[in-house]
Structure formats: structure tokens, C-alpha cells
Design a protein around this ligand. Structure first.
Ligand code: GLC
Length: 713
């Protein structure tokens, strides 16, 4: 027995040792030694090969030949060409067993909100204000994807966006810097876990670096007029946080940042990312972004595009093949070999950290068993319900069991197109529709009539409207984000027919709902909720889940108000911040969302009326659940610097807490606000904490707030 215990202990100890590579090296120092040895053996052509990421196309013999020649470092896998785990192993075997140096390939794929189990789209998930949901869904996606043969995901996307006309606003975590930061970090931690070599971890490639969400007029990939201040205050912080959280890669964006394209920008790529943040992973261009430097007019031919990009700090080129010119660029002295060696070192470092040299193949049986399990579906159902936002409810929700007759209608009632823009390896056939969810989840006493709701006898109509996954996402921009006329008419007719009308909205972006506000008795925003859509909607409609989601974007009254966001500057004449025909307020403000219960805020108090620049202010507020059912409330804390050396946002979200409060109970919510989190960038963009008075608000959204004032000494 004792011997058994001893052997067991010894085995346990050995497992604790850092993984040793083939050459017996261990840990970071060992990895760098292995890279040194490999680099010393590589030809210039093989080095450039590691910086090339072509798109995987099934049966492309020329691609397979280049892999065998050691001229491909990684592959961009796409939804239309995804392979089986067995096919992935075959491709990897060519690189590992047939190429001269046996350097394994890295396989990248857009696992944006799930792999086989598809979760709510990122903008939807952010409405949960639950970082743990972001981590957990990323971890599930990672376990499915890595077992299947995907080593890195092109995610999270943390492009702050304030323009719902832009189809890709659906992919970010909303208009606020803090939420994109917190959710981006949570996603990186979920994807990468504690150990990148684990078969349930994948590398994360945070994107799109940087400022892509400011595309002019909401037109994808257009010019972005971003000041140095906005870059440092708004667009860079989420990326810095993700890099410091350990993201192994950063994807460079398509947009031109005030004259210097993001994929040829030494300030963002070298000064900020690689030098100031000490990023030691690799940068990857977006699809063709390097060759497109010619369209931007900053490169006259492909060789110039390649030289400009790699010198600026773009390590790996996705899809376009301009980097093949770098062999000659180096030989003719236009690109320094040290630039190439640094880029190759970064790629090899991540391949070693992912354990690809030690474990280049996947277990095909494990891969198939890991997909879309009941446990994963349960996570999808829970996070979808937690992401839903109740915008209006005059008491019709939750649907009560004694409701005799309800009708279910609208284009999304039986529609499986609820997986959003990036669908990974998900299938619409796996989606639970609203009709299925309501049919299997309704109280026995309730009769649900599906189809037209014209009959007078129908008392409550549930109308499922919104936008399909083909109307948002990349290059899917709209000049007008108002609901379609036919859908507005559908809601109006139902109301005119005497029904109480419950609107369930399936959307990727914020939409203008003004035209239905007088007709809808309740509005539930469901986003594109993913594979468990119908069950999650039923859970909320029947009250099994009390909705707690809150908007992470401001929803305009009219498309003409765009861009409209809570943290803008007040200007010299705040009262003129409006139009002749529409005021300057959103229809639904940032942070807004209702519950089936009511929360009351009281007794906002501070640990002190003033705080030194190195001290921390403690903020407390009492929140009471004054309603008839338990619920979760997202308590938000905002500040405003009243007088500073530069203009400051009218409000800034500084913290938030999601708390469960049983009916009838009161909880005290406490925030700790270090004074250095009130720092600003002065006129020279230097970070300083300036003394002076600050407004401080705590409340249920960015408009309904308790207010107090404190001073920074
Ligand atoms: C696309 C997208 C990017 C994606 C990449 C690979 O153009 O901009 O988000 O990761 O190509 O699919």
C-alpha cells in the first residue's frame, strides 16, 4: 500500500513539473533556447514561411506542397471550409513529418461566440454585465474548438463602437470602454485558461487593432478620424488590458487611423503594443489587410506593402501573399533580418506555449464527444436568458399560467436563423426555435395558437420580429436602423385587434423602436441568442428567469441621432445638443433594462467627502427589492470631473456590480474607487490625477441615478 502511495505521489509530482518539450527544455527559458536552435537552422524562405497565414482550402494541392516545403506557418480556417479532426491531423502530419524542420502548423478560426455550441452574440452577451458569463462561454468554446483541432481563435473583438449603422457593432461589447475591457479580459481568460497546452485551451487573438469601430458613417473599413487623445482614452485601453491578461496574438485592423493604416502603423504596433505594453506574442493582419495597403495608397506594389507592414510590426500576413517578396527585400537590404527573426521568434514562442511541438495532433474520438453536450447547452440556455433585456412591460409579463389563449406569430417565431453573424461550427438545425421553446416550456393550462393573431378572441399575442443574421456583421451596414415597415405594421395590427402585445426582438445591433412604442405592451430584446434561443425566451416569458440584462449601447429614437452615446462631452451649450425634429436623448439609455420586480436605491454615502490622489474612496448604497419576486440588479457607478485642464466626458462608468436580491430584502452594495482611477490625459496626453470636485452617481442605468459630490485633494 505504502509503495502504491509513494508511486502515486511521485507521479503527482512529475505532473506538476512544467511540461518538458522534445528537447527536454522546460518553461520559458527552455522555450527560448529551443527557438534559438530552430532559428539558427531555418533558411530565410522558411522564416518567411512562418509569417504566412494562407486561408485553408480543401484539396488545394499547391497549399499542401507549400506546407511540405515549410513555407506556411499557420492556416486561417473559414466556416465554409472547416475540416474534420481527421483531416486536420492529415494536414498537420505533412508539416510535422514531411517538412525539413517539422515545425507544426497553427490553425486559427473565428470562434467568436461559440464553436459548436453557439452562445449569444457578443453585444448580446455584454448585456448580461456578467464577466463570468463571458469567461465561461469562452471556456466552453475553447474546449470544443481545441479538441476539434483549432489552436487559436480570432476573438475577442473589443472595438468600442457607437454606431449601430455599422454591422460589426454586434461583435463588440458595446459603447463603453470599461465594459469592452472587462469582457475582453474575461474572454481571454476563458479561451486560454490556466495552461495554454491544455487540450481545452486555445490562444486568443484580440481584434481589430485599432479603432475599427469608428469607421466613418458606420461604413465598414472606412477612414477613422481618431485623435491621439481618443486613441489613448477610448480605443487602446481594452486591447492593453487583453494583452496584459495574456492574449497570445493581436489582429491588425483594416481602417486608416487618421492617415496611417492600422496594418502599417508603427505607433500602435511598435511604440504602444510591443514596447510600452511589452507584448511578446505575434501580430496578425486581418484578411488581405497587407495587400490592401496599396488601395490605401501607402504602397505602390506588393513588395512595398509587405515591407511597410512587417517593418511597422505586422508579424504574420493573413490570406494575401505579399510576404513572399520579403526574401528579396531582406537580400537587397530594405528589410532588416532582425525584423524577420523577431517576428518568427514570436510565432514560434506561441506555438511552443500552445504545446504544438509536443502535441501536434488531436484525438478524433475526444473531438466528436466534446461538441454540443447537454452541459454546454445548459450554459447556452442560461447565458442567453441572462443577456435578454426587458425594455417595456406594462404588466403583461411574465405570461401567467391561467392565460387562456395566446398567439405566437412573427417572422422569427419558428425561425432557426438565431445564431448571429459568426456561426463557427454551429448549425441552424441545432437551434431551438421560439415556437419549440414555448410549446415545450409553457404551463399546461395555456393554449398557444401559432400563426396570424387577427382573431378577436386572442388575448395576448407574442410577436417575434427583428433582423436576420444576414443583415448585420461584416460589411452589412445600414443607413437606417429602424424596424422594417412590415414589422411595425404587424405590431400595430395586433394591437388594433385588441390583443395585449408582447414583442420579442431578435437583433444584432441597437434598433430604432420608436414606431412600436405605442403599440407594444412589452418589449424583450433577445439579440441573436444562439442554439438555446427558444428555451431561453420561454424561460423569461414564463417567469422562470427574471430578466436582468441591461443595454451596453444607447438606443436612438431616430437613426439621425447616430452617433449617440452616454459618455460624450457636454459642449459649451448642452441645451443645443438636439435637432429641430428630435431631441438629444436616446429612446433607451446606456445601462437601461427592466426587471419583473422593482429595485429602490437609497442612502448613497461616501467614506469621506474628499480623497487624496493616492487614496481610495469607498462608496455604499442600499438597494431594496421592493417587488414580488427575487431578482438580479446591475448597480452602476458613474463619475464626472467638474473642472479639469481638458474637457471630460459628461459621465464615465467606473464600476458595476451585479447583485442577487431576494424579494423584500435590502442589500448594501459597496464600491472601492481608487483616486488614481480618476486620472485623465492632460493637454500633452500625459496621465495625471488633478485635484477638484467630482460628481458621483450610483443607480440602475446611466439616467436614473442617486447623486453626490466628492473632492480629490
Ligand atoms: C475577416 C474579419 C476578421 C476575421 C478574419 C478571418 O475579414 O475582419 O474579424 O477574424 O477575416 O475570418
Amino acid at each position: 500500500m505504502r509503495i502504491g502511495i509513494y508511486i502515486g505521489s511521485l507521479a503527482a509530482c512529475l505532473c506538476l513539473l512544467p511540461r518538458t518539450g522534445a528537447a527536454g527544455s522546460t518553461g520559458e527559458a527552455g522555450i527560448e533556447k529551443r527557438i534559438d536552435k530552430l532559428l539558427a537552422r531555418m533558411t530565410l524562405e522558411e522564416k518567411i514561411g512562418q509569417l504566412s497565414q494562407p486561408v485553408y482550402v480543401r484539396d488545394d494541392q499547391e497549399l499542401l506542397t507549400r506546407i511540405e516545403q515549410g513555407l506556411v506557418g499557420s492556416l486561417c480556417v473559414t466556416e465554409s471550409q472547416i475540416f474534420t479532426p481527421a483531416q486536420r491531423n492529415e494536414i498537420q502530419r505533412i508539416a510535422v513529418e514531411k517538412s525539413r524542420l517539422g515545425i507544426p502548423l497553427l490553425f486559427g478560426f473565428d470562434v467568436v461566440h461559440g464553436f459548436s455550441t453557439i452562445f449569444p452574440t457578443p453585444l448580446g452577451l455584454s448585456a448580461s454585465w456578467d464577466e463570468e458569463a463571458a469567461r465561461e462561454t469562452a471556456a466552453v468554446a475553447a474546449s470544443e474548438a481545441r479538441s476539434y483541432g483549432i489552436d487559436m481563435t480570432f476573438s475577442p473583438m473589443v472595438d468600442v463602437s457607437r454606431d449601430p449603422r455599422w454591422g460589426r457593432i454586434s461583435e463588440c461589447y458595446g459603447e463603453d470602454v470599461l465594459l469592452n475591457t472587462r469582457f475582453g479580459v474575461a474572454a481571454v481568460r476563458g479561451y486560454q485558461g490556466e495552461n495554454l497546452t491544455s487540450p481545452t485551451s486555445i490562444g486568443s487573438c484580440v481584434k481589430h487593432f485599432v479603432g475599427y469601430g469608428m469607421s466613418l458613417g458606420g461604413r465598414d473599413k472606412q477612414f477613422t478620424e481618431i485623435s491621439r487623445r481618443s486613441l489613448l482614452e477610448t480605443y487602446l485601453p481594452p486591447f492593453e488590458a487583453c494583452v496584459r491578461a495574456g492574449a497570445v496574438s493581436v489582429m491588425t485592423a483594416f481602417n486608416d487611423i487618421a492617415g496611417i493604416p492600422a496594418s502599417a502603423n508603427p505607433f500602435t504596433l511598435r511604440t504602444m503594443l510591443k514596447e510600452r505594453w511589452r507584448f511578446d506574442g505575434f501580430t496578425l493582419s486581418d484578411w488581405d489587410a497587407v495587400v490592401e495597403l496599396m488601395n490605401h495608397g501607402v504602397a505602390g506594389d506588393e513588395a512595398a506593402a509587405a515591407e511597410r507592414a512587417v517593418t511597422a510590426g505586422v508579424d504574420v500576413e493573413m490570406r494575401s501573399a505579399t510576404y513572399r517578396n520579403l526574401v528579396r527585400s531582406v537580400k537587397e537590404g530594405r528589410v532588416n533580418i532582425r525584423t524577420i527573426d523577431d517576428a518568427v521568434r514570436r510565432v514560434l514562442r506561441i506555438k511552443f506555449r500552445l504545446g504544438l511541438f509536443d502535441r501536434p495532433y488531436v484525438d478524433e474520438a475526444v473531438a466528436m464527444a466534446s461538441q454540443l453536450t447537454p452541459e454546454h447547452r445548459a450554459v447556452a440556455r442560461r447565458t442567453a436568458a441572462e443577456s435578454m433585456v426587458l425594455l417595456k412591460n406594462n404588466g403583461v409579463l411574465p405570461l401567467s399560467p391561467d392565460m387562456k389563449l395566446s398567439s405566437l406569430t412573427g417572422p422569427f417565431a419558428s425561425n432557426r436563423d438565431l445564431l448571429g453573424w459568426w456561426t463557427g461550427h454551429g448549425r441552424q438545425s441545432d437551434v431551438v426555435t421560439v415556437a419549440e421553446g414555448i410549446r415545450q416550456g409553457k404551463p399546461a393550462s395555456m393554449t398557444v395558437v401559432e400563426g396570424s393573431a387577427a382573431r378577436q378572441s386572442v388575448r395576448t399575442t407574442v410577436i417575434c420580429i427583428g433582423e436576420s443574421g444576414a443583415t448585420f456583421g461584416e460589411s452589412h451596414n445600414l443607413t437606417d436602423v429602424t424596424l422594417s415597415r412590415s414589422q411595425i405594421e404587424m405590431v400595430r395590427e395586433a394591437k388594433a385587434g385588441g390583443s395585449r402585445v408582447v414583442v420579442v426582438l431578435f437583433n444584432g445591433r441597437p434598433l430604432v423602436l420608436t414606431p412600436i412604442m405605442d403599440y407594444a405592451d412589452a418589449i424583450l430584446v433577445a439579440w441573436h441568442p444562439g442554439v438555446e434561443a427558444g428555451n431561453a425566451v420561454a424561460d423569461v416569458l414564463f417567469g422562470r428567469v427574471n430578466p436582468c440584462g441591461k443595454l451596453t449601447s444607447s438606443w436612438p429614437k431616430d437613426s439621425g441621432q447616430i452617433p449617440i452615446y452616454y459618455s460624450d462631452r457636454t459642449s459649451g451649450r448642452p441645451r443645443e445638443n438636439r435637432y429641430l425634429n428630435v431631441d438629444g436623448q436616446p429612446l433607451f439609455p446606456f445601462g437601461f433594462g427592466l426587471s419583473y420586480t422593482q429595485f429602490r436605491y437609497g442612502d448613497l454615502r461616501l467614506s469621506s467627502p474628499s480623497v487624496g490622489p493616492q487614496e481610495t474612496l469607498t462608496v455604499r448604497v442600499d438597494v431594496t427589492n421592493a417587488g414580488t419576486c427575487d431578482g438580479k440588479e446591475i448597480v452602476q457607478l458613474y463619475v464626472h470631473d467638474r473642472v479639469a485642464s481638458v474637457t471630460r466626458p459628461r459621465k464615465q462608468l467606473k464600476d458595476f456590480k451585479k447583485v442577487f436580491i431576494p424579494k423584500g430584502k435590502t442589500v448594501t452594495v459597496e464600491f472601492r474607487l481608487p483616486a488614481d482611477e480618476l486620472a485623465l490625459l492632460d493637454a500633452d496626453c500625459r496621465q495625471v490625477v488633478e485635484p477638484g470636485e467630482f460628481d458621483l452617481w450610483v443607480g440602475t442605468n446611466s439616467h436614473d441615478l442617486l447623486h453626490t459630490v466628492f473632492e480629490v485633494k
